[in-house]
Design a protein around this ligand. Structure first.
Ligand SMILES: [Ca+2]
Length: 371
């Protein structure tokens, strides 16, 4: 499992000298860097699958349309353990139209003024969920899985596999593991689904992904919501209420470093489009997005919370962090250091336009810059 992600992981920035944060004069400088950039994050993502690099995500519109058609018939999937317990989905507030027209992920949509929430994400109301007990690995190319509640950890190793209207709950463990792992799959799609651990623990994240689209889905209750690897697109989704722990073995016994989305050094080409990432309800959260991934795009999101809400760092890279676009986002006021965006000294923002505070529609301040 453990691959080169270990070497690529940023080291603890609190060990490095740096300027004092202008907004925290009364606090030791170490405090800021530790809170906003974190110490050594969990670094157990596997090495990229050889077939998964370079990134080749299927055309998003074609995939989305494929999903829409796929749900009109039943695909038989054989599970190693399948407990035929069905029950009605409790999320009755889901949007009324179960098959909204997909947004073209390769075009910037017009800002809608309404951001994703519990009512517009997750399992479609009325879905009958079948409980699947035990860990599962999906290796058969092209299959579509619908209406499952996974009470076990799910891995994807095949290509062009779609999950729709699924709930990922994991199990009880002290391992460092995501509820859903598509880092070794190709062109994975997850729509209208929920990531919510049944037994939260410091090592449980919502999802680890590569070459994956996640649409209209909800993350809550995990340590990090999404570890977004190369070729990940997160769109129209809702990340909130992450779970903080005072002692995390992956942080040398220190508290968890909760991030809505985290992209580790070694990953690239991550897109966050029209999501709500709200960490204001997560204790001492690190960031809505902590990223060391070049060619990351953050567009038309609602973002709030964390030490700094967006935190870009070249730490762990053998050079600069480049190709970062942050455009058309709305920010809340609740970052701990009054810091919507922090960039490291070797981070370049290729685009930085149209980012405003949600309450006033006034531009956010220029990014803080230090290591
Ligand atoms: Ca983290």
């Amino acid at each position: 499992m453990v691959g080169n992600r270990h070497q690529a992981e940023p080291g603890p920035r609190h060990d490095a000298p740096g300027p004092r944060h202008p907004h925290t004069d009364s606090a030791p400088a170490d405090d800021h860097r530790d809170r906003v950039s974190g110490g050594p994050e969990r670094d157990l993502l596997p090495a990229p699958h050889p077939a998964a690099v370079p990134i080749t995500v299927a055309h998003p519109v074609a995939v989305a349309l494929g999903v829409a058609h796929a749900i009109t018939f039943s695909v038989c999937v054989t599970f190693s353990v399948a407990l035929a317990v069905t029950f009605a989905n409790p999320h009755a507030l889901r949007h009324a139209d179960p098959t909204p027209a997909p947004t073209k992920p390769d075009q910037d949509p017009a800002p809608t003024g309404r951001f994703p929430d519990a009512g517009s994400t997750g399992v479609t109301p009325g879905t009958q969920l079948t409980v699947i007990n035990g860990d599962q690995t999906f290796a058969t190319d092209g299959q579509t899985i619908t209406g499952r509640e996974f009470r076990g950890f799910v891995k994807v190793t095949g290509a062009n596999i779609t999950f729709k209207d699924c709930v990922f709950r994991g199990g009880s463990t002290n391992r460092t593991i995501p509820l859903f792992d598509s880092t070794r799959g190709r062109n994975t799609v997850v729509t209208d689904s929920e990531f919510n651990p049944a037994n939260p623990s410091p090592g449980i994240d919502g999802a680890w992904t590569r070459n994956t689209q996640i649409l209209r889905s909800e993350f809550r209750g995990s340590t990090d919501g999404l570890k977004a690897g190369s070729g990940t697109v997160l769109q129209d989704s809702y990340i909130h209420e992450l779970r903080w722990f005072a002692s995390d073995p992956d942080q040398n016994g220190g508290p968890t470093h909760n991030d809505g989305v985290q992209s580790l050094a070694g990953e690239s080409s991550v897109t966050l489009r029209h999501n709500t990432i709200d960490l204001t309800t997560s204790k001492d959260a690190n960031a809505a997005l902590q990223s060391s991934a070049p060619n990351t795009t953050v567009v038309d999101n609602y973002l709030d919370g964390g030490g700094c809400t967006l935190n870009f760092s070249h730490n762990g890279l053998n050079g600069s962090l480049t190709g970062i676009k942050v455009t058309g986002n709305q920010f809340g006021r609740n970052s701990f250091f009054d810091c919507p965006i922090l960039i490291s000294t070797r981070t370049t923002l290729t685009e930085l336009t149209g980012n405003v505070f949600a309450d006033t529609n006034r531009p956010i301040p220029q990014p803080e810059r230090h290591d």
